[in-house]
Design a protein around this ligand. Structure first.
Ligand code: FNR
Length: 390
């Protein structure tokens, strides 16, 4: 199998013929182009986070505190970045984290479909959010052979949660990722300043509008009474009373692998393991919910407590180098969040193409970082203790 890094050669070959690349090659440039292209409210929703945004900034900065030990003449000309999640073989350990407004980030407002198409093109799994612009079944159809995982925000109406989980399983998603850190909305000054956020305008609620159980709760259909629909969504979106005792119920919702997202404490990992989950997703929601500490700093103890369970990680990944550092610190798979929303928005009309480009350069950079530092596989990276604190 070719190295992911070989992809960059295409750019230089095309350059020999005079072609100048359309899409950018860094997250920083993607963000700049996205800001210029996006509606201000939407930009603030995507880029913003909780409080003074120190946690989200710290997520990114944390990667600078770790280094990788370069090793020479170690025979890393061919690399294997493959990994396995719940028996699913993946060519790379990268996935797209759930981003609830990815739908709006595409010019045609169908960014969930675009992300799924990019997933299909590159073989990078998509964790589809509960908050989609298109129903989860339509998004699943765009995934091709690439696995999709469904992220569930657990509503306070259990039958709606059950319906969403069953639909995800029937649609072919390969894991259920339950997000625990958003049982209510974080304190987000940018959104407060606008006085609104996308879902309150009825956006990204297609999975509710298309859900027979959710619809059965409404006196009028969402089409007849859009305001009533949004109001009912707002009243039922989160479930503040959910506790560890309820994980047995979540476990019973599906035969799919069950993953809990938002776990940072090793004690919580142990409770999750005891509850019979299949994966731990270490994340602080990109600093959008509780102000805490850089998610990367939690990763090693989460990995240690998780034992044989896979640990997914996100929060602050901005490059292929970050991916390798997270892998070296023990993550099984690494999620890209905001950058693919930027890629969708920056790609003026070709959101799938923009996301595909981002995924390809992140993979190329991760692969080159492994190879040039002398590590031919993720196992080699870990066995050598390649990562160290600066
Ligand atoms: C998110 N995130 C998120 N998480 C989730 O479980 N369900 C969701 O619907 C969303 N929606 C969402 C929207 C936007 C605009 C952002 C930026 C993030 C959190 C996401 O999955 C991930 O944890 C963070 O994006 C990671 O932080 P960085 O790397 O993007 O800064």
């Amino acid at each position: 199998m070719a190295n992911f890094a070989d992809w960059q050669l295409n750019t230089y070959f095309a350059g020999l013929g005079g072609a100048v690349p359309e899409h950018p090659f860094t997250s920083r440039e993607l963000a700049a182009r996205a800001e210029a292209a996006m509606d201000r409210q939407l930009w603030d929703y995507v880029v913003g986070g909780a409080g003074d945004e120190a946690t989200q900034d710290a997520n990114v900065e944390a990667f600078g505190r770790y280094g990788l030990m370069p090793r020479m003449l170690s025979g890393a000309a061919a690399r294997d970045l493959s990994t396995t999640l719940w028996g699913i073989e993946l060519a790379s350990p990268v996935f797209m984290a759930p981003v609830g407004v990815i739908g709006l980030c595409a010019a045609d407002q169908h960014g969930d479909l675009a992300a799924a198409r990019a997933a299909a093109a590159v073989g990078v799994p998509l964790v589809g959010s509960t908050l989609m612009q298109d129903p989860l079944e339509e998004v699943a159809r765009q995934l091709g052979e690439t696995p999709g995982f469904f992220q569930l925000y657990t509503p306070n109406d259990r039958e709606v949660a059950e319906s969403l989980a069953h639909r995800a399983e029937a649609a072919g998603y390969r894991a259920l990722v339950v997000t625990l850190d958003t049982w209510t909305l974080g304190y987000r000054p940018r959104d407060l300043q606008h006085g609104i956020f996308p879902q309150l305008k009825g956006a990204c609620l297609a999975n509710y509008a298309s859900d027979p159980v959710f619809r059965s709760r409404l006196p009028k259909t969402p089409e007849e009474d859009p305001m009533g629909f949004v109001a009912h969504w707002a009243m039922t979106f989160g479930n503040p009373t959910l506790t560890w005792e309820d994980v047995a119920w979540l476990r019973g919702l599906t035969d799919l692998p069950l993953v809990l997202k938002g776990i940072c404490s090793p004690d919580d990992v142990r409770r999750a393991v005891d509850a019979g989950v299949d994966g731990i997703y270490c994340s602080n929601h990109g600093g959008r919910q509780a102000a805490s500490a850089p998610a990367l700093e939690f990763l090693p103890s989460v990995v240690a407590a998780a034992g044989d369970l896979p640990v997914l990680f996100d929060s602050g990944i901005r490059s292929g180098v970050d991916v390798v550092k997270a892998l070296a610190l023990g993550a099984t798979a690494v999620g890209i969040g905001r950058p693919y929303a930027y890629a969708a928005a920056a790609a003026s009309g070709d959101a799938a193409g923009g996301i595909e480009h981002l995924l390809r350069w992140v993979l190329a950079e991760a692969d080159l970082t492994m190879g040039l530092n002398g590590y031919a596989s993720i196992a080699a990276l870990r066995e050598a203790g390649a990562v160290f604190r600066l």
